[in-house]
Design a protein around this ligand. Sequence first.
Ligand SMILES: [Zn+2]
Length: 280
Amino acid sequence: MDYDGPILDDHLHLDPVNGRVVEAVEEFADAGGTHLLVLNKPSWSLGVEVDEADDFREGFDLTVDAVERATEVLDGRAWPVLGVHPALVSQLVDRGYTPEAARDLMCAGLDVAAEYVSDGPALAIKSGRPHYDVDEAVWDASNAVMRHAFERAAEVGCAVQLHTESGEEFGEVADWAEARGLPREQVVKHYAGGRTVGPMPSVIARKSEIEDALDHGRPFMLETDFLDDPDRPGAVLGPKTVPRRTRWLLESGHGDAVRTAHVETPARVYGIDTEATLTG
Ligand SMILES: [Zn+2]
């Protein structure tokens, strides 16, 4: 590939308990990838049962470790994005929590994530709401959790990645962030389609969605949502996908979109410099 700039996967998981971690990062790097945002896996997938705020730390620390190992094999670097998976609300309710008690525990988990941003290695916070149907009390609790994430992110000065239901129209959610002092461009819709309205789209790296995003004309980033789960190898895109799609974009004359996705948008959203951190 006749391109020696940065290539960022904006959302992938490394599973330090069950996964391949460094091998997966090497695949990404061999394909030309340079930078990664690594999301902590849901607490339950790491075998962690949470009942108080400090219980979130184990999953966060495991992710921070995996990020350090990833950075060792990258020409650029990796950063952790830490937070509370929105589906935790259902796990807690199933275990006997009221929606309100689940909300409070999840907000406390986000406070810990914000602490890892302000005092530690994390770059951003992850929040959102369930992608499946839930009853009204759980939906209200989930929206309250998401708004709490916006509040904390505004305080510590970082972006929020959102895991939500599918769809395109998220203007109201971006308004909630703005009302709490978080600029809407620091709200990132993870697993986005190409026509997302409201937050900054982190487009899932399928050709059809990327074509939609090019048509739509707004800035976007690219991600795989790679799970690093040996039991579900085909569940999402593999670690080589963002470098491959980047090559395809360059070959089809979209050098501008490549620069926007891998340099300019990450700088605006997260305040990171993917060029200065490239040593390759
Ligand atoms: Zn994910």
